[in-house]
Write a protein that binds this ligand. Sequence first.
Ligand SMILES: NC(=O)c1ccc[n+]([C@@H]2O[C@H](COP(=O)([O-])OP(=O)(O)OC[C@H]3O[C@@H](n4cnc5c(N)ncnc54)[C@H](O)[C@@H]3O)[C@@H](O)[C@H]2O)c1
Length: 418
Amino acid sequence: MKFDIRDLALADKGKLRIEWAKQSMPVLSMVKERFTEEKPLRGIKVSACLHVTTETAHLMETLKAGGAEAALCASNPLSTQDDAAASLVRDFEVPVFAIKGEDKETYYRHIESAIAFGPHVTMDDGADTISILHSQRRDLIPQVIAGTEETTTGVIRLRSMERKGVLAYPVIAVNDAQTKHLFDNRYGTGQSTIDGILRATNLLLAGKRFVVCGYGWCGRGVAMRARGMGSNVIIVEIDPLRALEAVMDGYAVMPILEAAKVGEIFVTVTGDLHVLRREHFLEMRDGVVVCNSGHFNVEIDIDALEAMAVSHRPIREFVEEYTLPGGRRLNLLGEGRLINLASAEGHPASVMDMSFANQALSVEFAVKSKGRLEKKVYPVPQEIDSEIARLKLRAIGIRIDELTEEQEKYLASWDMGT
Ligand SMILES: NC(=O)c1ccc[n+]([C@@H]2O[C@H](COP(=O)([O-])OP(=O)(O)OC[C@H]3O[C@@H](n4cnc5c(N)ncnc54)[C@H](O)[C@@H]3O)[C@@H](O)[C@H]2O)c1
């Protein structure tokens, strides 16, 4: 079996951490149990490009339990957990191509290796596999049944491919399932982004002016948790509706040029390009912390920062201190890559439980629908979404009410008023 990881000797540690994660992933475990009996993915090869974490290991195990073969590479050069990668290779016989901190060239070489596996299904977090398959390995496309996409940025890229008529096979937008973005993007990114900032800096958040750029699913979560830690949160938006929501949620809202003057910690979670750039760096106070939790490392214009700085040095692990002319210092965390995965461990397993149950069930749906789906981006079927919510509630021991017959009738009627 070919693979490329940091060190197989890390496998023992990885195995224990994978077991720990599994304890908080009951829904995926239930899917795995059914897959073990029914083998719905027999003969299917999956090339997965996801953050290589302990939770992803559980997903790989689930796919294999369903009869699939899976190869895995990283969806970000800094997010790989080398111990989880080692255990996946040694204990689960999954070929992994991922090393934390790999350079760009290695990152893309690793994606090519996972693609060379010859997939029937691609699984992406940011659409890199699909992008490379479409540009460099079109020879492999005819055998691909479908793909899945995990994150907002990937879904945006895929919708653009669909609109331009270049998408060559159907893709399920896992991100758009309610049991994904309502929990993973909001509570997962919310908590783990704060965790990443704290592990990288050990700063006190209480009383800090904390600027969140983007009040989408992730931004809402980050803002909510930063406020919970006692920060004074400022929201930056370009969408009037989201900005208004932030105002009514009780946050200060202002343009980034104003926020740049007063902020002490900045987090970008927009999926957009150069949200923090030269003109903003020029306004920032001495000692500010700047980081990103959006998918790609494009939200902060790092090239501009490097060009402006008179010097820079790593001052702590995951913290690069840039000194600007005049002596002001700006601290960039995790090379501008998603900070929750760079300096922390990504989302807690409990939310990945639902995201990855969506992945596993979407692959099953795509394989069962072979030949019936068009070359489009599809939502996760509503039944899958509801089933995951039902299973999660059951797993955590929460019961809810059911409609009475009278209520069902009332809600289905149009003629009953007061
Ligand atoms: N860190 C993680 O683990 C993680 C998890 C899930 C998603 N993501 C990524 O985070 C990003 C955001 O995801 P989301 O689900 O919140 O998306 P979303 O579409 O719900 O929210 C993005 C928000 O950013 C705003 N925005 C866009 N450009 C802006 C600008 N220049 N200035 C200010 N605001 C701007 C948009 O109006 C929108 O409200 C995506 O790149 C997504 O892939 C990261």
